[in-house]
Design a protein around this ligand. Structure first.
Ligand SMILES: [Zn+2]
Length: 474
């Protein structure tokens, strides 16, 4: 039995999770206030860093807006002062992270630890105690609206299900740590779950999945889209009943492609190393924020609040469950839209849309001599929807030139590249951009960070945004 599992705590948290989602907005706000006070109290008592940052007059009753915005980098730079248990030391944890065979081993007998890849910023190390894990467990089990909620993790009679997790399994990343922990808690999960390395060659992965024949596929949207293509072309023969995605942006076009290719019901979720189970999709297909345990503040580039319904530039996260490593108004980088309307499903939990941080926004030259920002979601939608291409890598070379790399080769690759170029140039013109040059290269796999997440759109540094000669190699 994994010691970072507290059944009594899970029971009480589970009850509250059920009550909160049947309650009111006022009930959520009350939970946020009281949990923030407990978090601040823990931070002020146990974290020398927070005592220093909040100053001598700080108290547990302070409002969120009074507290400073922090970055992961600033917290990691003072890790040993940040955590509220002085036995947690960064040098020892880094050594632990280097031991792959110890993934999901409890640290000091009482903490789960995972790392973030740091592809889009400073790598982080995140420590969770039994209470935080109980919160994540309850949220996952009770709110993730899989078509058959609860049964997957809790009901040993569903032995017929075979779960395939396709992701990064070579490091202490949150997804594989969580999965390994569940396997150690529950022997039925261990018996019905298998992990597949996302970095394996596609043909190898397809062959392994065909042999295992999963009924539930758990992976990133880009990996699911790639597998859907393999299925449509007849190489992948699995027909999962459910596909669970998370960790990257999922656009409506990619969702439709995955559902078409793989069949089954797709459920998307939103999580981060900073808080595992932030968002889940209800039966009505809308993503809800678990606002009783995590506060997200959508902000603009100056950390000013963004109104409901408008997409943010970044988002500030406050984890109300974790007192060991307080995360209060920590900048996450994701672009989030929070809505004020209630969902038709009746839940008081706010509705949201998310665009992840793996991809960059691009600053491109306009016809009138200025620059315009192209959001990654818009660019990827143009390629997915307009050209039917889901697996791509778009690198900005300068303010007028993009390099598009596709994994395909030969005639199919050339045709896909021509479609992409045409839709990109047409769309750029409609956005008022200066004439756009799209260079293409075939036979390149989409690069993935250590955590397995794809980086499909990469901006060049601002000093590279200079006029280009522009040559279109077809
Ligand atoms: Zn809903």
């Amino acid at each position: 039995m994994n010691p970072v599992f507290d059944l009594l705590r899970l029971s009480t948290v589970s009850l509250d999770v059920l009550v909160a989602q049947r309650g009111s907005r006022a009930g959520l706000a009350q939970r946020q206030r009281s949990r923030l006070a407990l978090l601040l109290d823990a931070a002020l008592r146990g974290s020398p860093l927070y005592r220093e940052w909040l100053g001598p007059g700080a108290h547990a009753g302070m409002a969120l807006e009074q507290l400073p915005v922090v970055t992961r980098g600033a917290l990691m730079a003072r890790f040993d002062d940040w955590v509220t248990d002085p036995r947690l030391r960064l040098d020892e944890l880094r050594a632990f992270m280097a031991e792959r065979e110890r993934i999901a081993d409890p640290w000091l007998g009482r903490y789960m630890v995972w790392e973030s890849s740091g592809t889009s910023g400073q790598p982080g190390i995140f420590v969770q105690d039994g209470h935080a894990m109980a919160v994540y467990d309850a949220l996952e089990a009770l709110r993730r609206s899989a078509p058959r909620p609860l049964v997957h993790w809790m009901d040993p009679l569903h032995l017929a299900d075979r779960h395939a997790f396709v992701g990064a399994i070579g490091g202490h990343f949150a997804s594989i740590v969580s999965l390994q922990r569940l396997r150690s808690i529950n022997p039925w999960i261990a018996a019905t779950t298998r992990s597949f390395a996302i970095e394996a060659p596609v043909a190898e992965l397809v062959q392994a999945l065909n042999a295992y024949d999963p009924t539930v596929l758990i992976t990133y949207p880009t990996a699911a889209a790639l597998l859907a293509q393999e299925a449509l072309e007849g190489r992948l023969r699995i027909r999962p009943r459910e596909v669970w995605t998370g960790g990257e942006t999922l656009s409506p076009v990619v969702r439709a492609h995955i559902e078409h290719g793989l069949g089954g019901v797709l459920r998307n979720s939103y999580g981060a190393s900073e808080f595992l189970a932030m968002g889940w999709e209800c039966a009505h297909g809308h993503m809800h924020l678990n606002a009783d345990w995590v506060i997200l503040e959508p902000v603009d580039e100056h950390h000013r609040p963004v109104p409901a319904g408008a997409p943010s530039c970044s988002v500030l996260l406050t984890n109300l469950a974790n007192h060991v490593q307080p995360l209060i108004r920590c900048e996450l980088g994701d672009q989030v839209t929070l809505h004020s309307e209630l969902c038709t499903c009746g839940s008081p939990l706010p509705l949201m849309e998310v665009c992840g941080r793996q991809d960059d926004a691009l600053r491109m030259a306009t016809q009138d001599g200025g620059t315009a920002t192209l959001l990654p979601l818009a660019l990827s939608t143009v390629l997915e929807d307009g050209a039917g291409v889901f697996d791509f890598h778009l690198r900005q070379l300068d303010a007028r030139t993009l390099l598009l790399r596709l994994p395909q080769q030969g005639a199919a690759g050339r045709a896909a590249a021509a479609r992409c170029r045409a839709v990109l140039q047409r769309w750029a013109a409609s956005q008022g951009l200066a004439p756009l040059t799209v260079r293409t290269e075939l036979g390149h796999a989409v690069p993935r960070g250590r955590s397995g997440k794809a980086r499909r759109i990469v901006a060049c540094s601002p000093d590279e945004v200079a006029p280009s000669q522009g040559m279109d190699d077809t």
